[in-house]
Design a protein around this ligand. Structure first.
Ligand SMILES: Nc1ncnc2c1ncn2[C@@H]1O[C@H](COP(=O)(O)OP(=O)(O)OP(=O)(O)O)[C@@H](O)[C@H]1O
Ligand SMILES: [Mg+2]
Length: 211
C-alpha cells in the first residue's frame, strides 16, 4: 500500500512524521517499509545517508525518487508499505496520479491561522483530483501551554475533508530524530496517534492484500 505525507504548507512536519511513522511500522509493527523521498530538498534521504555513515543497520530502504517514478513504485507496492514524503508544493502535474492512486494521505498541520487555511485549500484540491481520497489530518507541534481558541472550529472544518487524529505536541527532541530508532520519550507522544491510524487503516488494508 502507498501512504503519502503531504500538505502544501511547509514546515508542518511531513518529513519528520514520515521518518517516525516508518520507524514505528518497522519496529513496533514489524512491517516491511520502503521510504521514497520525493522532495527535491532530499532532507529525509540525507538523514538516512547520514545514519548509514555512522554504521547503523537501516530499518528500511530510503530512496530519493522523482514524482515521475510513481507508477513504477505503485507496481511494487503490494507487499510492502511504501511511505512517500512529498514536497510542500502543488504546482506539478505529476502529482495528479500520486493523489489519485495512493491509499492514504497523512496530512500534518498546525493550529495556527496560516497553516489551517493552507491545509483546507490543499484538501480542497486533493478531493477535486480524487473525490475518494482518504485524508487524515494530524495536528502537530501543538503546545500544551497554549489555549487554542479555534481548535474546535478548525476540527469541524477539516472533518468536511477527512478525519482528524489526536494531537502531537511540540517537543524539542523531535529535532534530533533518526531513521533507525524511536527514543522512549518520543514513543509516548506519537504512539496514540500512529496506533489509531495503524489499527483503523493500515492493518485492515494489509490483511486484504496479503492473505
Ligand atoms: N512535534 C514537533 N515538535 C517539535 N519540532 C517539530 C515537531 N514536528 C516537526 N518539528 C520540526 O519542525 C521543522 C519542520 O519539520 P519538517 O521538516 O518535518 O516539515 P516538512 O513539512 O517536511 O517541511 P517542508 O515543507 O520544508 O518539507 C523541523 O525542524 C522539525 O524538527
Ligand atoms: Mg519535508
Amino acid at each position: 500500500m502507498i501512504i503519502l505525507f503531504a500538505n502544501q504548507k511547509g514546515g508542518v512536519g511531513k518529513s519528520t512524521l514520515s521518518v517516525l511513522f516508518s520507524n514505528y511500522l518497522s519496529l513496533a509493527k514489524n512491517k516491511p517499509v520502503k521510504v521514497y523521498d520525493m522532495d527535491f530538498q532530499r532532507s529525509l534521504y540525507n538523514k538516512a545517508q547520514a545514519a548509514e555513515v555512522i554504521d547503523n543497520e537501516p530499518l528500511y530502504p530510503v530512496e530519493a525518487a522523482e514524482l515521475s517514478q510513481f507508477t513504477s513504485i505503485q507496481k511494487k507496492a503490494s507487499n510492502q508499505v511504501s511511505i512517500i514524503d512529498l514536497a510542500g508544493k502543488m504546482d506539478d502535474d505529476e502529482l495528479v496520479p500520486v493523489f489519485r492512486k495512493s491509499d492514504l494521505i497523512l496530512c500534518p498541520f498546525s493550529y495556527d491561522e496560516y497553516s489551517v487555511s493552507s491545509t483546507i485549500e490543499f484538501s480542497f484540491v486533493i478531493l477535486k483530483i480524487n473525490p475518494k481520497a482518504k485524508i487524515i489530518f494530524i495536528p502537530n507541534r501543538v503546545r500544551s501551554s497554549v489555549k487554542y481558541e479555534t481548535m474546535k472550529s478548525v476540527q469541524a472544518a477539516l472533518k468536511n475533508f477527512g478525519v482528524v487524529t489526536n494531537s502531537i505536541t511540540e517537543r524539542i527532541d523531535f529535532q534530533r530524530i533518526t531513521t533507525y530508532d524511536i527514543p522512549a520519550n518520543i514513543i509516548e507522544v506519537i504512539e496514540p496517534v500512529f496506533e489509531s491510524i495503524y489499527n483503523e487503516y493500515i492493518d485492515p488494508a494489509w490483511h486484504k492484500t496479503n492473505t
